[in-house]
Design a protein around this ligand. Structure first.
Ligand code: ADP
Ligand code: ADP
Length: 237
């Protein structure tokens, strides 16, 4: 479903963050991208949803090259990619419900102040998703009143409400304690399975990746140095 070919990214500063990376992700397949800080993990995710323009290479989603897309196609392609971030990127003064709705409606303030209400099907779906991530008892809480684990659950529901085909997940547990990290990883993996979603999960916590993900891709200095099951990983990676 996602085919990355010879992806190369040199930042204007001269840093070569990705050096001809090729990688395929099948429909419904979850991969963990591991590697030390600076290996190029977040650059790879930023290239896939084109937050940065790669220097060279192609990224095909269902056969269409994201790198070569115009604005309209890119907007459509991005709807198929659910983003989950380390720092959650919630709107602090909005409620849990509104943060989730923003994944579907974009600027929820527009709906609230201009149209006076949110569309009922979107609200129903948000409520359902919040139930699935275990937060349906706090839909009206403001985002800034939540714990880290709860914030990430909101981030997950927000990514899912757009009904993506693939999740791009950048260090989802880096700000969480070990127990919460395991809960969040388990939730992401379960949801991928239930919905047949592919995912690229950037995670520097190797034991956590090995615990939950069947395919590990190791990146070092912009090059893939491992691609296989957890059991093949050795300590020198
Ligand atoms: P990570 O947690 O993935 O290692 P960092 O904390 O190193 O990321 O980087 C945080 C932010 O700083 C990112 O938005 C990244 O784009 C930016 N950044 C990282 N390295 C550089 C650099 N050499 N020059 C400019 N910006 C950088
Ligand atoms: P990781 O996510 O594995 O920590 P990154 O993708 O953040 O790695 O960084 C890979 C390399 O690209 C690093 O050398 C980093 O300094 C560089 N880099 C990242 N973001 C930027 C940026 N915005 N400008 C310049 N260099 C960057």
């Amino acid at each position: 479903m996602l085919e990355i070919d010879s992806l190369t990214m040199r930042y204007p500063t001269g840093d070569l963050a990705l050096d001809s990376v090729s990688l395929s992700v099948e429909r419904g397949q979850v991969i963990a991208l591991i590697g030390p800080s600076g290996a190029g993990k977040s650059t790879l995710i930023r290239c896939v949803n084109r937050l940065v323009e790669p220097t060279f290479g192609s990224i095909r989603l269902n056969g269409q090259d994201i790198v070569a897309m115009g604005r309209t196609d890119l907007r459509r392609a991005r709807r198929k990619m659910g983003m989950i971030f380390q720092e959650y990127a919630l709107v602090e003064r909005l409620s849990v419900m509104e943060n989730v709705l923003s994944g579907q409606l974009g600027n929820v303030g527009f709906w609230r102040s201009y149209l006076r209400r949110y569309p009922q099907p979107a609200v129903d779906e948000a409520f359902r998703l919040l139930g699935r991530v275990g937060l349906d008892h706090m839909v009206d809480k403001r985002a800034d009143a939540l714990s880290g684990g709860q914030r990430q659950r909101v981030g997950i529901a927000r990514a899912l409400i757009q009904n993506p085909e693939i999740l791009l997940v950048d260090e989802p547990t880096a700000s969480l304690d070990p127990k919460t990290s395991r809960q969040i990883m388990r939730l992401i993996i379960e949801l991928c399975r239930e919905r047949g979603l592919g995912a690229i999960i950037n995670i520097h916590d190797v034991p956590l990746a090995m615990m939950f993900v069947e395919r590990i891709v190791g990146l070092r200095a912009g090059v893939i140095v491992y691609d296989g099951p957890p059991k093949g990983l050795t300590d020198d990676r």
